[in-house]
Design a protein around this ligand. Structure first.
Ligand code: ADP
Ligand code: ADP
Length: 231
């Protein structure tokens, strides 16, 4: 992933906010990359630009040499299948069972039922939820809900997984088990993980490299040990 001069400006009635300010960044294939910063630093906007939930004001985002700021609607739909995302509050569909939540992106992608069922079963095993297929999200713990979120995000076999404060609503023990699962997935599937958080210990536990964001800018980046040991 290669990002150059990325900028996002929000204009409201009363003011103009530059949430992401001429950001340059390269993220390698298969790494676990952390983005850390205080609330309001622009982290969410940054990851939302990566899967085009937000439209950039300026700049370039290349994923595998494909410029994703210039895709048409159909290309964008396909590109989104290559980028999974998980959220702080899980964003599950509360009226659907666990297996139907995980099947949802496959249905949208038009995957036939038999293939869908097989894929859902694999995903349920991968995230450690075997036996809970027919439960509803309200019947699960926070950690289990995030496991469903992860399975759903992986359904279409993405190249990149974006994690937006994915453990911020969880207790420390559950946080650790979800981080272990992310490492496991990174190793098994070789996909790139971008993890945004305001918690340093989360970055320390699983990230290879980190960027520190402040006021929409990256103020420091490098190997986790270098960035955190040298103030
Ligand atoms: P973080 O994820 O680091 O907390 P955000 O990306 O959510 O930061 O926000 C960065 C800045 O952009 C904040 O000042 C926020 O209020 C502003 N912002 C984010 N989204 C919008 C929006 N849709 N409209 C206006 N301002 C926004
Ligand atoms: P986060 O947990 O990432 O900090 P926020 O509560 O900042 O999330 O943002 C939630 C949603 O509200 C996002 O879609 C974001 O773009 C939008 N948002 C954030 N700040 C503003 C703002 N100042 N004006 C309008 N929308 C905003």
């Amino acid at each position: 992933i290669s990002i150059q001069g990325l900028r996002k400006v929000f204009k409201t009635k009363t003011n103009t906010i530059t949430a992401v300010d001429r950001l340059d960044l390269d993220i390698q294939d298969g790494e676990i990359f952390g983005v850390i910063g205080y609330s309001g630093a622009g982290k969410s906007t940054f990851v939302r630009l990566l899967n085009r939930l937000e439209e950039p004001s300026e700049g370039s985002i290349k994923i595998d040499d494909k410029e994703i700021t210039e895709l048409n609607t159909n290309e964008l739909r396909l590109a989104r299948q290559e980028i999974g995302m998980i959220f702080q509050h899980f964003n599950l569909l509360w009226s659907r069972t666990i297996e139907d939540n995980i099947a949802f992106p496959l249905e949208i992608a038009g995957v036939p039922k038999a293939e869908r069922d097989k894929r859902v079963e694999e995903l349920i095993r991968l995230v450690g939820l075997a036996g809970r297929e027919n439960a509803y999200p309200s019947q699960l713990s926070g950690g289990q809900k995030q496991r469903v979120g992860i399975a759903r995000a992986l359904a279409n076999n993405p190249k990149v997984l974006l994690c937006d404060e994915a453990t911020s609503a969880l207790d420390p023990e559950t946080t650790n088990s979800i981080l272990d699962l992310l490492v496991d997935i990174n190793q098994k599937l070789g996909l790139t993980i971008i993890l945004i958080t305001h918690e340093m210990h989360v970055i320390r536990k699983i990230c290879n490299r980190v960027a520190v964001m402040e006021n929409g800018k990256i103020v420091e980046q490098g190997d986790v040990l270098d960035v955190f040991l040298h103030p």
